[in-house]
Design a protein around this ligand. Structure first.
Ligand SMILES: *Cc1c(COP(=O)(O)O)cnc(C)c1O
Length: 382
């Protein structure tokens, strides 16, 4: 039996049209081969160090800790080049694309964060890049569109449907079906096999570093770790370093919106197992069981699907997931800015909020993944 069949319990798999089965199988095989290739490893580690700026610090947030009544360390993914964890994955996948001889990178983006991280990695490697984006999103995210273009990417807007992320995914998939020789670079731990495994692998650097750093700095493992969960990539990155340490409690903070059905992005809290965009996992659905729209103040968490590995971790109770409301996240956004002089991404603020709530006066040792910086959120009126 294959060691990895793309399943996490019953979840995962590859539910794709026949034309994509072959390219995805080739990708899975190439990825498996490359993970065993020392020169590939060396190249990836080199770029993480000298281009991304890793290892990212594990910072003891003293004033936050005092306020909460537990010792809280922040894993500073916000200090990476381009300001978030997404670059770990785009560098990894662009390297895979280069080794596969791909002549074009394609990606889709909602708020533009993944588009910018992809355009950055593509520029670094000198591979042409097309980023698909809903026309409405492109208008709302003009700065990120400018960034992508400056980085040499072509931004392809679509007016299909509601002209947002879901339509950008459809447009990118249509293009991929017509051009299966291009490399589809996925931004989160979602989609068909081998993407969840590949994204989890490239992001695992977060948890591996954090585990080593906390042992160095505190001489022991944390009682609990926290991360926000959109598609699930920064969370799985941190969690994967601690999955085998059964004494470490693992918490995921979902984009709760108003934390009611119809106004939430908390997929694991309110969703149902459903096949969505190539994989079997939880998904937010309407009364007829069809995937429906999500709502969250954080664009990066505003997605109706979720990684199949998180679905499995939820069902097996290895990790626990909670819906954090927009209001709670905004409060944490301001709290961390004022207590630590660190403006977190509104996505990451969900993890800070959940940690502050769960750790209140518990005298615990914890790590919170600060997935990104909040410059992009400063101009918003919350
Ligand atoms: C994209 C993004 C997220 C959500 O994506 P995951 O795949 O769930 O990690 C979280 N934080 C930041 C800063 C992001 O840019």
């Amino acid at each position: 039996m294959l060691k990895y069949n793309g399943r996490y319990g019953e979840y995962g798999g590859a539910y794709v049209p026949d034309v994509l089965a072959k390219p995805l199988e080739r990708l899975a095989n190439e990825f498996d081969r490359l993970t065993k290739d020392p020169s590939f490893q060396k190249e990836f580690v080199h770029l993480l160090k000298h281009y991304v700026g890793r290892p990212s610090p594990l910072y003891r947030a003293k004033r936050l800790s005092e306020q909460v009544g537990s010792t809280i360390y922040l894993k500073r993914e916000d200090l990476n080049h381009t300001g978030a964890h997404k670059i770990n994955n785009t560098i990894g996948q662009v390297l895979v694309a280069k080794h596969m001889g791909a002549t074009e990178i394609i990606a889709e983006t909602g708020a533009g964060q993944h588009g910018v991280a992809t355009a950055t990695a593509a520029a670094l490697m000198g591979i042409p890049c097309k980023v698909f984006m809903g026309a409405k999103d492109a208008e709302r995210q003009a700065l990120n569109v400018r960034r992508m273009k400056l980085l040499g990417a072509e931004v392809v807007t679509t007016t299909m449907g509601t002209a947002t992320l879901k339509d950008a995914v459809d447009a990118a998939l249509m293009y991929y079906i017509e051009h299966p020789e291009s490399f589809y670079l996925l931004g989160s731990q979602v989609g068909p096999h081998p993407y969840p495994r590949m994204v989890g692998y490239f992001q695992s650097v977060i948890g591996n570093e954090a585990r080593e750093q906390i042992l160095m700095q505190e001489g022991r493992l944390p009682n609990a770790i926290f991360a926000c969960v959109g598609g699930g990539s920064n969370a799985i990155g941190l969690f994967s370093g601690f999955l085998d340490d059964v004494e470490v409690e693992i918490y995921g903070a979902e984009g709760g919106g108003e934390a009611i059905p119809g106004n939430t992005a908390a997929t694991l809290t309110f969703g149902k197992p459903t096949v969505f965009q190539g994989t079997l996992s939880y998904c937010l659905v309407d009364d007829n069981g069809n995937p429906c729209e999500s709502h969250s103040v954080a664009a990066g968490l505003d997605y109706p699907g979720i990684s199949p590995q998180h679905a499995y971790l939820k069902d097996t109770s290895r990790a626990k997931y909670f819906a954090v409301t927009d209001t709670e996240a905004i409060k944490a956004f301001e709290m961390l800015s004022q207590l630590e002089g660190i403006i977190p991404a509104i996505e990451s603020s969900h993890a800070v909020a959940l940690a502050a709530k769960m750790l209140k006066n518990k005298n615990q040792l914890a790590i919170v993944n600060l997935s990104g910086r909040g410059d992009k959120d400063v101009e918003r009126e919350f």
